[in-house]
Design a binder for this molecule. Structure first.
Ligand code: NAP
Length: 279
């Protein structure tokens, strides 16, 4: 039976560290502060915001929410963004996405200050990830995967590592972060032939597909480390990952659960970025 890579427990540890850091900064007259921009009142956004506010309060990060109307003009949106960009008391900015269509994300991403871009929206931060430069802000989910690997002392050097999924939010930047740690990377996607054969060769297998329980035991080498990024709803309406946990956990050496895995660490990473920006 695989050992659990427990995201919930890891997140608790990270939150304790963040609290210590924020106390340290406050003692030096810097209150780490996050500015959130929310356009409209989408239920998902409000639930996400509530979670962030709760966690910010726990760790001593101040959070200021800028609420904007759904039909705000691009010009006024940019004005609101620039208020946060230019306010030296705001250290990190998080824009809830997706934005309404008329607020082109392709334009907005260039306008968020790269030093405050804790969610890696600005291409300058993404470019750093691809250059192997860790001074910027990597996307939070790939960074959460790396945190789990690091904190559980999983050695990546030379390991055959397969990432299934090539999105710019997860798969591609994650492959670059793994490469930086000297793993040997294969990136798979929907056009990969013999996917199960390729993934069965992996010492470390990461699933970032978005298909409930897609990765069955036929995709996994016995003893492999399996990291599940997926967040899906199964046939019974329950939250589940891309990996068929029930069966794969019987043959893997380590596995992340869903819920309680990568997702739990992602918000902790986001708040850690606010501390990094404040420093
Ligand atoms: P995405 O943009 O839809 O990308 C999915 C990737 O999976 C694509 O590269 C796609 O290949 C590949 N894929 C789809 N079907 C496949 C198949 N049958 N065989 C092999 N590859 C296949 O999704 P995403 O944004 O990367 O998210 C992936 C999953 O992670 C989702 O479940 C999402 O909810 C979850 N997620 C979790 C967190 C977290 O904090 N834990 C954060 C973000 C996302 P093509 O490129 O060829 O289409």
């Amino acid at each position: 039976m695989a050992k659990l890579l427990n995201g919930k427990e890891l997140a608790k540890i990270i939150y304790t560290e963040i609290k210590d850091e924020s106390d340290f900064l406050k003692a030096r007259n810097t209150v780490p502060t996050l500015g959130i921009i929310r356009v409209g009142n989408k239920e998902d956004d409000i639930a996400y915001e509530r979670g962030i506010l709760r966690n910010c309060e726990k760790v001593g990060i101040k959070c200021i929410v800028t609420e904007l109307e759904d039909n705000i003009s691009f010009e006024n949106f940019v004005k609101a963004l620039n208020v946060l960009n230019n306010d030296s008391k705001i250290h990190g900015i998080l824009i809830f996405r997706p934005l309404p269509k008329h607020l082109s994300e392709n334009k907005v991403k260039h306008l968020i200050s790269p030093e405050k871009d804790i969610d890696c929206m600005n291409p300058l931060n993404l470019a750093k990830v691809f250059e192997g430069d860790l001074t910027g802000f990597a996307p939070c989910t790939p960074k959460a995967v790396m945190e789990m690997i690091k904190r559980y002392k999983i050695d990546l050097v030379g390991k055959k590592t397969v990432v299934i999924g090539r999105s710019m939010v997860v798969g591609k930047p994650l492959a670059m972060l793994l490469l930086k740690e000297n793993a040997t990377i294969t990136i798979c996607h929907s056009k990969t032939t013999n996917l199960s054969e390729v993934s069965k060769d992996a010492d470390v297998l990461v699933a970032a597909i978005g298909k409930a329980k897609f990765v069955t035991e036929e995709f996994v080498k016995p003893g492999a480390i399996v990291i599940d990024v997926g967040i899906n709803i199964d046939d019974e309406g329950k939250l589940c990952g891309d990996v068929d946990f029930e069966y794969v956990s019987k043959i893997a050496s380590f596995i992340t659960p869903v819920p309680g895995g990568v997702g739990s660490v992602t918000t902790a990473v986001l708040l850690n970025h606010v501390i990094k920006a404040a420093k």
